[in-house]
Design a binder for this molecule. Structure first.
Ligand SMILES: *Cc1c(COP(=O)(O)O)cnc(C)c1O
Length: 377
């Protein structure tokens, strides 16, 4: 059996090696490394795939979030509501821009931000909500969009983990679109292990708004609308041509890749739903799930023991995320007026299992039987 990894980028690469190698060599020969034709073509192809009017490529998913916030004319101390249970980048950029991160609890079953908790956290200073489509499925967008409309707030969807997922609104019925295209802005990451990963860093911002798109293209390029005329303070955050060329070769496989992940998840679900000590990840019926992570909850304080059991059998497993953001040293907040019971519970119970496009049946069965043996089945 091939060694089991959390993510197997090597096997995935070898399946389309010739195409990828040629794409890279073509960029080297063209010597157009920044904002070259590959970047423009990738931008167009992603706009078409996602059905969004504008894709603004940038250097990584963290910059995408930062640029998105910079485009909204916010002021020091303005409040941005986001989840206490997510990757730190979401909160990091809020702090960097001297805005105030207002952290709220998540749903214990889908792991995504709780709309009820968002409502409780709204104040006159609230300007935006950043729902994170955690682990590969959409947050409860319909409720969140309604809250934003009611209170006149911006929505930035952090779609770093759910590119290719689709969400269907109940009202109006049948309006189904890709994650990241519902908010005023959406952001994503092409970090190698993400569902659409390049071979370095990369990211993008999505919007349907012409003015925001124009502003964002300037922000990620030193605030220039016209070359060497700097109208605002920007950043240097560009997707390079090599990464764009790689992404152009991988984008046509995205649906297939997400399908492969989903197949693994179905096998895990079937095997684990009968185990008393495990809660399998719940799917939001309005969202497809692209399983950036397959994350179980391990009950009765046995999470760390299961992790050790698996590691002894050469099966990696990871805790995403072990510490709530409000308890991190860098972002510490002692919040008394809201409960974080779900986030605190999840940090103690979650365990993410190997999940990628190249897991074969032998590996999947080995992972399943190793978990069954821990529960003495
Ligand atoms: C990966 C990730 C980011 C940051 O993306 P980078 O490209 O690594 O900067 C932001 N938010 C979430 C939820 C992520 O998973």
């Amino acid at each position: 059996m091939k060694k089991i990894q959390m993510v197997d980028l090597q096997t995935q690469y070898f399946k389309i090696k010739t195409e990828l190698d040629n794409a890279v060599y073509n960029v080297l020969e063209s010597a157009q490394f920044i904002n070259g034709p590959e970047v423009k073509s990738f931008q167009k192809e992603l706009e078409e795939y996602l059905g969004v009017k504008h894709v603004i490529p940038c250097a990584n998913g963290t910059d995408a979030l930062q640029a998105a916030l910079m485009a909204l004319d916010l002021h020091e101390g303005d409040e941005i509501i986001t989840a206490d249970f997510t990757f730190a980048a979401t909160v990091e950029v809020i702090h960097l821009l001297k805005l105030k991160a207002v952290l709220v609890d998540v749903d214990p079953e889908t792991f995504t931000i709780s709309p009820e908790e968002i409502e409780k956290a709204i104040s006159p200073k609230t300007k935006a909500i950043i729902p994170v489509h955690l682990f590969g499925q959409c947050a409860d967008l319909e409720s969140i969009l309604a809250i934003a409309k009611k209170h006149n707030l911006f929505i930035i969807e952090d779609n770093a983990q759910a590119i290719g997922a689709q969400y269907s609104m109940e009202n109006p019925a049948s309006s189904s679109s890709y994650a990241g295209s519902f908010g005023h802005l959406g952001t994503t990451s092409f970090f190698p292990s993400k569902n659409l990963g390049c071979y370095g860093d990369g990211g993008a911002i999505f919007t349907q708004d012409d003015d925001l798109a124009k502003k964002l293209r300037a922000i990620v390029n030193h605030g220039m609308y016209e070359r060497y005329y700097h109208e605002e303070v920007g950043i240097n955050s560009r997707l390079d041509s090599l990464q764009a060329a790689i992404l152009r070769k991988k984008l046509p496989f995205l649906s297939q890749y997400n399908e492969a992940r989903s197949k693994v998840a179905t096998q895990y679900d079937e095997a684990f739903k009968v185990l008393d000590g495990i809660i399998i990840p719940k799917k939001n019926p309005k969202s497809s799930h692209v399983f950036h992570q397959y994350t179980i909850r391990v009950l009765h304080g046995k999470r760390d023991a299961l992790k050790e059991h698996l590691e002894a059998l050469d099966i990696p497993a990871m805790v995403y995320y072990p510490v709530p953001l409000r308890k991190q040293k860098a972002y510490f907040q002692d919040i008394k007026d809201r409960s974080f019971a779900n986030t605190d519970m999840l940090c103690n119970e979650v365990l993410s299992l190997p999940m990628h496009t190249e897991l074969d049946d032998t590996q999947i069965q080995y992972i399943i039987s190793s978990i069954q043996s821990f529960f003495k089945i």
